[in-house]
Design a binder for this molecule. Sequence first.
Ligand SMILES: NC(=O)c1ccc[n+]([C@@H]2O[C@H](COP(=O)([O-])OP(=O)(O)OC[C@H]3O[C@@H](n4cnc5c(N)ncnc54)[C@H](O)[C@@H]3O)[C@@H](O)[C@H]2O)c1
Length: 297
Amino acid sequence: MQAITPVPPTAFTPNRLAGKVLLVTGAAVGSIGGCAAIRGAREGASVMCVDRKVTELHETVREITSFGGTAVARVADVAKTADAENMVAECVRRFGKLDLALNAAGVMDGTDPAAPPDFANQKSLLPAAVHEATDEYWNSVLSNNLTSMFLSMRAELRQMVAQKAGGSIVNIGSIAGLTGLPGNPAYSASKHAVIGLTRNAAIDYAPHGIRVNSVNMAQTDTPMVFRAYEFVKWAMAQGAGSSMAGAKAQSLLQMADPDKRGSTPWEQAAIILFLLSDDASNLTGLAMATDGGWTAY
Ligand SMILES: NC(=O)c1ccc[n+]([C@@H]2O[C@H](COP(=O)([O-])OP(=O)(O)OC[C@H]3O[C@@H](n4cnc5c(N)ncnc54)[C@H](O)[C@@H]3O)[C@@H](O)[C@H]2O)c1
């Protein structure tokens, strides 16, 4: 089988985002948002990086400043109204405006991704089929994946509309927004809703020259996936798990790859930066399957 070489971490389109201000939620180092923030800065944008993981967030900003890029770190919980509004206010205070936004903050389960997993003591926050799922798990996932997206978009769109200069927003969904996902109903429901919110905003803000799209990936090698592996190992050791859990485990490209490689966050960043840029001037309302063909079969 012939391997496909992934986009290298150093790839970028020079000056594509020159003069632009980009806000990224979920920008901790190693995450999809973190990689998009770094590539966005390489392309010339000033970047407001937001996350609730303090050390990992500052690591993204450190990497950007190390090559002469411009970035600011903002520790915030974007599931909270005040934090979402203040991050945009701070972005405008530091950089004078907001042109582009990537809403990448999200969680797999109800636990805090900033804290080490302690699954045995966090059962009420872990994924479970509907009949076994708790209110706590449901509310936490919906809050971090969906309410956070609404709050971030509202703050970003208020600023973009007031500026009267258009804009571009990319929201991160998942293949779980396009298909079901065994054993994690809150994740799947929240990601379907991200696509709905994206399409709705695309309609409402087209008259303002603001494009709104979503990207929906399969397995991408980030801290979220490493944590999910830990969870699966733990759940299997408990004898738990949906009988359908192994129904389809790989994307088309992953299956065809000699090393069964998933997507890299740099591959996702490349697609996201294209959507944010003027190269995608005729794209809006898209639920783009950036999934290595997962939903093609
Ligand atoms: N990695 C994958 O395989 C995969 C697949 C499909 C979809 N996604 C989606 O991609 C997006 C990015 O995930 P990732 O893979 O980079 O994972 P990640 O865990 O590395 O990054 C997500 C970041 O969001 C931050 N975050 C979560 N809730 C937050 C909140 N309320 N306020 C501030 N920050 C918050 C986390 O601290 C984390 O740094 C998520 O929306 C995820 O659901 C990932």
